[in-house]
Design a protein around this ligand. Structure first.
Ligand code: NDP
Length: 282
């Protein structure tokens, strides 16, 4: 019988642990860890993500501020906002909700955030530190996947690990973290020839491609651990992952559901990064 990796339950437990650590921090330093989120424009999905972050911060006792800027804000205005937050000792973590409008260069924005406050870990200094295995923060989604593996006693060491997707925010750092923990890692993408030949070798398969129910039972190895990062709408209009959960369930040893798998972990890791940032700054 396959294990369903319950990201919702792990997340709830971690958020309790983080809330307790936030209390300890307050007792020790007489202040509250704080996160500032900048959101530009009215993108409905981004609005939902930001609201979730705000709610999660409140539950964990982390102070959060949301700065809402209009769609037509200039890059210079956004950069000067970030400069002000970088200089503000009361702000421990800064996050700019992506995507940004086309007229703003995302790279310039994420790299302007003080690396010590870059709780998404997308800035190039933190990316470099992750590459070299010397980091304070990890990007939230891949970090959430690793936390799930740890808490379910699944080690990548010596295993064939296959990552589907090579984005800067999920696929690439995911591959790096699995490699740091001694997995033998293959990264597949849209130009990979014979993708199924790779996925069938995987002891641990992580999918982050954004294609509803793309991974079918004949693409996975018997007894594989399958981690589904994808968040998609299926043909029935319901939320689903990249993996055909029903089809694959009988073949895997463990699998994350969508929703309730990796998703809740992403916000939880943001809380953890904010707390880490606050500790490092004090
Ligand atoms: P991107 O669109 O940035 O990247 C998708 C990657 O998948 C690319 O590398 C692309 O290849 C690859 N890809 C696309 N189609 C195929 C295919 N048919 N076969 C093989 N590879 C393919 O997406 P993200 O990394 O931002 O997100 C991926 C998914 O994860 C999305 O569903 C997103 O919603 C979800 N997500 C979930 C989070 C969570 O908290 N659970 C957080 C972040 C994302 P190429 O590089 O060649 O174009």
């Amino acid at each position: 019988m396959a294990t369903v990796i319950d990201g919702k339950a792990v997340s709830a437990k971690m958020r309790e642990e983080i809330a307790a650590e936030v209390k300890e921090f307050e007792e020790k330093y007489g202040k509250t860890p704080s996160l500032t989120v900048i959101i530009v424009g009215e993108d409905p999905a981004s609005q939902v993500y930001v609201r979730n972050k705000e709610k999660a911060c409140a539950q964990a006792g982390i102070k959060s501020e949301i700065i809402r800027l209009p769609e037509d804000v200039t890059e210079e205005e956004l950069l000067s906002k970030i400069d002000a937050l970088n200089a503000d000792a009361e702000v421990n973590g800064i996050l700019v909700q992506l995507p940004l409008p086309k007229h703003i260069n995302e790279k310039n924005i994420i790299c302007r955030i003080d690396p010590k406050k870059d709780v998404d870990a997308f800035g190039y200094e933190n990316v470099g530190r992750i590459m070299s295995g010397d980091y304070d923060f990890l990007p939230c989604t891949p970090a959430g996947v690793m936390e799930l593996l740890h808490r379910y006693g699944i080690s990548p060491a010596g295993k064939e690990c296959v990552v589907l997707g090579r984005s800067n925010i999920v696929g690439k750092p995911m591959a790096m973290l699995l490699m740091h923990e001694n997995g033998t890692v293959t990264v597949c993408h849209s130009k990979t020839a014979d993708l199924a030949a790779h996925t069938r070798r995987a002891d641990i398969l992580v999918s982050a491609i954004g294609k509803a129910k793309f991974v079918k039972a004949d693409m996975i190895k018997e007894g594989a651990v399958v981690i589904d990062v994808g968040i998609n709408r299926g043909e029935d209009g319901k939320l689903c992952g990249d993996v055909d959960f029903e089809q694959c369930f009988d073949k895997v040893s463990a699998i994350t559901p969508v929703p309730g798998g990796v998703g809740p972990m992403t916000v939880t890791m943001l809380l953890k990064n904010t707390l880490t940032a606050a500790k490092k700054q004090n």
